[in-house]
Design a protein. Structure first.
Length: 54
């Protein structure tokens, strides 16, 4: 049984991995139509990395 503070049983989907370094990506800041920056790692990623499927 997981602890509520460990994030394993909170019902949230897992964070996607950065395609460059493999770290979990929480936020992508778009700096242009085809460029963005992943946080917290800071790698360049496409702005639609965190786009949700409809």
């Amino acid at each position: 049984m997981g602890d509520a503070s460990d994030g394993t049983n909170d019902g949230s989907p897992p964070l996607p991995d950065c395609p460059t370094c493999g770290a979990p990506v929480a936020v992508v800041t778009a700096s242009g139509p085809h460029t963005g920056s992943a946080s917290p790692c800071g790698c360049s990623v496409p702005p639609d990395l965190l786009r949700r499927g409809d």
